[in-house]
Design a protein around this ligand. Sequence first.
Ligand code: AMP
Ligand code: MG
Length: 472
Amino acid sequence: MTTTIPFDNSLTALGPDFFSYQAPEPAPAPKLIAYNDALGTELGIEKGSDDDLAAVFGGASAPNGAEPLAQLYAGHQFGNYNPQLGDGRAVLVGEVIDSKGMRRDIQLKGSGRTPYSRGGDGKAWLGPVLREYVVSEAMHALGIPTTRALAAVSTGEQVFRETPLPGAIITRTAASHIRVGTFQVFSARGQYEQLQKLTDYTIARHYPNADGPEALLQSAMDAQSKLIPAWMGVGFIHGVMNTDNCQIAGETIDYGPCAFMDAYASDRVFSSIDRNGRYAFSNQPDIAVWNMAQLATSLVPLMPQTDAAIARFTEMLHDMKDNLRREWLAVFAAKLGIAAAGEDDGVLAADLLAMMEDDDADFTNAFRALSQGAGKDHFKDQARYKKWHDQWQERISDAPDASSLMLARNPALIPRNHRIEEMITAAVAGDFAPFHRLNDALGAPFDDAEDYADLKKAPARDEIVPATFCGT
Ligand code: AMP
Ligand code: MG
């Protein structure tokens, strides 16, 4: 049986200034690693046999209605503007309207060169493909906006990084792949007609109530102001928050050298390429504002009065900082069982985080234990802990639902770095059992089931993975 996908493509109507038609390169010997059945059903896909799924999501066969293309964008990478990036190793095969009426992109990543590949091979190896699969699905299960993983296929081909590695392709879905960098490329080139067209398209697709560029900017800011505190609430560090990895619809996108923290440290960095800590854990809100400033700059040419637009956008960026702070407070107060946060709760949360940092407490396990009345074991300085604990107990003494709120906001399980590395090592050796087990476990991150007790443990000293690599 063959796979059918109910494509309903809209981006193609923007015309050739926005993308290049580009078919994926057929994988020589595609083999299905995983197919996300529940997501496929949501998208209205009728799946064929495993071999057919491998052919479709390995780029070897295109279902009816596919119009594969690579999108153009630019972006600031670590603060430096790169005038042309674009999908260098990804193709959008088409869009579908999902069961909730939402338009979703279906994109193959790792399927060969495109006009935007520059020096790259357009390929991906198994490690980053499985990492993105597991982490993006975990993010979804944690209730955080994200692209999703639909399929993973091994290509039967070797890709060359430092050494030869098994090639793979991930198929992901996204609300769209429109990024800050998509606006930047047209604005920087002075192509204002295209910029206007992109703005109209983005508004219609993501923020139909927005009445122009200013409202679009506000909507994108609001989405980021929700997203980044949500990341912080689960200890997530994106690692490469470049403007080309900042999506206008507000989903987490482009899982590269990302990681979830084990022991809490406010300045934690994992990415081996982030030498100055630009994208460190606590720096993420400031970087989101910086990214939105680039979007604002890109949109200025569409505004009737330049000076007034700059003044207004500056004010909006200022408000975004306050908004991020409010969202951060709401997230961390809820983690402490407080549904309606007040300013003092920020001090309570900050004191706890400082104590965690000093005592090397595991971020996830300490919060989960606090939700279960067993926080004490996670701290070394017991006197300090008791003092904080008393204050906290007093604060939530009149909040009867504190415990259920905490259990719903403090996951028992996150995709820990050492487990991901272990899973990748096994998969490279041909054993995909740890990959499937991780996926199964992470589908219910708020579950205390004993079956996955091993995956909940913080890494032992010799298991800690201190850095992650882009490894594209
Ligand atoms: P990233 O840092 O993964 O967001 O990618 C930044 C840019 O590099 C994007 O334009 C990618 O498409 C491109 N890129 C990354 N890896 C490759 C590759 N192996 N081949 C071609 N282009 C790539
Ligand atoms: Mg990217």
